[in-house]
Design a protein around this ligand. Structure first.
Ligand code: FAD
Length: 287
């Protein structure tokens, strides 16, 4: 199948892009890496009147670190996240997660902003944003909005973004030296979307973890924070007993979906397996 006809514009500034979006309303669609949008166009799942190609907006392509805050422009490609020394140093969770997205060709085009705006429930970066308690910055001709990741993902491919808004950047704060991360993804083949995955962010405290955030992806219609499981594990260096409690708590935290790839029961089991695996790997350097 071929895409339906559409107009194409390539603004040179964010201001121009916002102006077009405010004029064309629901009929406009932003084009970033095109790795999700192009297939949707070709399958006619998306039939916008006009594509607003933001790839010329250099102001959206940056990785900036100051004190304990990392700011990432929406046009940061997956490959930039995977290869940046600054990110490997400040927030290695993002380096690890980005390296697991799809295949090299897709990582060279796909963008952070596109992945968050697409809100695929099996995608790595939305779960990382949730684990990192990131703030998503969106601009429209009316001004700027800052949206906490926990309020951003509303359902299957649904976000808090309005049609006249451009996701411009992502801010991650609290990147102190005691931060610690874990990540794992289960997929049928390398490069496939996850059957289930887990992004973990916490702070070290003695031999245990505090401020623990466990963001699962591939389990439900959006990335999910397992808050009860995290509470069972917080600050407990001996994970054996608390792990039993945490695995039990996952039942209440997650409401897994069944699909062609795995049943809900299988997903719940795998969530427990990933939790144990990621936690063991994360705690290992503290022993
Ligand atoms: C074969 C294949 C395998 C893949 N496997 C994975 C995987 O394992 N894990 C994974 O996470 N992803 C995977 N992807 C998706 C890939 O990561 C995409 O890059 C990503 O989902 C979308 O990013 P993009 O920049 O390509 O966005 P686009 O495709 O250009 O846009 C996606 C959507 O977001 C909107 N949008 C884009 N940028 C903005 C913005 N700045 N502000 C507001 N709205 C915006 C668009 O209008 C569109 O609705 C895969 C893709 C393919 C084709």
């Amino acid at each position: 199948m071929k895409a339906a006809a559409f107009d194409y514009v390539r603004p040179e500034t964010l201001g121009q892009a916002l102006h077009i979006l405010s004029e064309r309303g629901d009929g406009a669609r932003i084009l970033a890496g095109g790795q999700s949008l192009a297939p949707a166009l070709n399958l006619r799942l998306a039939m916008p009147e006009v594509l607003v190609d933001i790839n010329g907006l250099e102001e959206l392509r940056f990785i900036a670190a100051s004190d304990d805050v990392l700011r990432l422009g929406a046009l940061t490609r997956h490959v930039d996240l995977a290869r940046s020394e600054e990110i490997a140093h400040r927030c290695p969770l993002l380096s690890r997660a980005a390296a697991q997205i799809a295949h090299p060709a897709i990582r060279h085009r796909g963008t952070l902003g596109g992945s968050l705006a697409q809100a695929d429930p099996a995608a790595e970066l939305p779960a990382c944003a949730l684990a990192l308690d990131a703030v998503i910055v969106a601009s429209s001709s009316g001004g700027e909005r800052r949206i906490a990741a926990r309020d951003f993902f509303l359902g299957l491919y649904q976000t808090a973004l309005r049609p006249d808004e451009v996701l411009t950047s992502v801010e991650i704060s609290g990147l102190s030296a005691d931060r610690i991360y874990g990540f794992a993804k289960l997929a049928r083949r390398q490069g496939d979307f996850a059957i289930i995955g887990l992004a973990l962010a916490a702070r070290r405290s003695g031999r245990g973890l505090v401020d623990l955030r466990l963001a699962f992806f591939g389990v439900a219609d959006r990335p999910m924070l397992a808050v009860r499981a995290a509470a069972a594990l917080e600050g407990k260096p001996d994970a054996t007993q608390s792990m039993r409690e945490a695995r039990a708590a996952l039942q209440a935290d997650l409401n897994p979906v069944s699909d062609l790839h795995a049943s809900a029961a299988m997903r719940l089991h795998l969530a427990g397996v990933l939790l144990e695996r990621v936690l063991a790997e994360t705690l290992e350097p503290l022993r």
